[in-house]
Design a protein around this ligand. Sequence first.
Ligand code: ADP
Length: 544
Amino acid sequence: KPTKDRQRLPVVPQGIEREDFLAALAELQGQIGDENVEINDKPLKDGWYMEHPNTHDMMTILDDEELVASAVVYPSSTEEVQGIVQWANKHHVPIFPISMGRNLGYGGAAPRVRGSVTVDLGKRMNKILDINPEDYTCLLEPGVSFYALYDAIQAKGYDHLWIDTPDLGGGSVLGNTIDRGVGYTPYGDHWACHSGLEVVLPTGEVIRTGMGALPGNNTWQSFPYGFGPYSDGIFSQSNYGIVTKMGMTLMPNPGGYESFMYTFPNEEDLAPLMEIIRPLRISMILENVAQLRHVTQSVAARGLPRSHFFSGTGPIPNDIIHAAAGEAPVGDHTWAYYGMAYGPPHIRAHKLAIVDAEFRKIAGASKVDPAGLPADEYYFSRDRVAAGVPDIHELRWVNWAPNGAHIAFSPVSPIRGTDATKLFALGKRLHDRYGIDFFPAFCVGLREMHLIVEIVFDRDDPERKQAALDCLRDMIDEAAEMGYGEYRTHLVLMDQVAGTYSWNDNALMKFNEKLKDALDPNGILAPGRCGIWPKRYRGRGWEM
Ligand code: ADP
């Protein structure tokens, strides 16, 4: 294992001689400036969330050197992105675009193919091109974070505009959206809320989707479809293009909001709760992508290490978790529901009364009074996020393990008691098998939910990393056998997850590969991302 404090030789993409590669990089320096092409020959520094590396995954589940970039390049414009793509085709160099690279839990900034040249769009292409206060829309470059968009709207005094933010606000709005990330206001389905893309294709042409294709239009950000096939879909969770601009819709300030939190005492409350939540959510009485969290993660969200509570090995015993929860202001429980009601007081009161009557059908349900909670309680982080205010409190549970890192298992299911119970039991059994603490959180969309299970591991402990990876691989396979698939996954797991979407002899992947070969004949753009390998790589042992 290379030490972290020595100069490293840059990794060279497979199939290219070192000198040829260095000559190609020098040529690229001539194109976009010496300072905008950086060879990755420095020690790999992990940093932390707000000062994250763009050369590798700071939370890698593999060895540090497995998924590293050979170089990082910083374009300043769509034209420069086109130039980089043409350069990559000329030299057959794999390139991997990132917006900001804060895709933690799913691979961070790392490329799927070792030695790819990372195209860091966010550093120099970070402008908010437009905020339209009449249409409630904006147009963004890849480097605009949720914090930056929020701050810009505040600075303009646009009190009537809200944004939607995921759990952590430091990532790119564009990057999160094209990876189909979610947030927690009624605009939480980011992909559904975007309107219009500008994309550089793998052969260097640039297109605008939807109304953006009509010169002189003024509806690019308000009508997503335009005319003809709706092409935006193929640029999300794919490797078919580099997105250089994205339109996003903004939510109207609802004229008031109010967080609420209910706790429920028993593990078995999960199934009846889901039956209560489903009709409320589909009819929008529960208005936002809300979370039902397990107490183990809530205890971890206090930011203390697991060793503070328990020094043994294997999963932390239930009685210790419950004792720890009992000492905290929220009190002992097994499930906590975090939601928000939007609108002026009389509108909220109507919805909150229905929610209260329904949730109290679970014996022992309790509504938490925020007045009794300290200011740093996790409740207030959920409150900010559900009101579209970016936050990073969520990072605290990563402290659970020393050198804590996390990686997610995220299957989709209907909002049903039977499905929730099956997925909970599967996750619990496999976490127990590998001696891992189980952090399940059900994120309720509209007609479906994502179960997000975050495994926190010590990134300096190869044995725990392997256990986390084995556990994930088993969960993915066993969930697929039961008919559940992931909505998104980590780089390392993409081949496996793509392989579970296999209906009709992998017909969907065959279609994806046909598109890939047509759009990217040299296979230079993010090979292997989302399990899609270009012809040059297929069947040559790249899958993992
Ligand atoms: P964030 O900082 O919001 O987490 P990332 O930059 O890490 O976002 O983006 C998530 C993933 O989406 C990246 O790993 C990359 O594969 C892909 N991606 C991000 N930005 C672009 C882009 N502009 N064009 C194409 N793919 C992108």
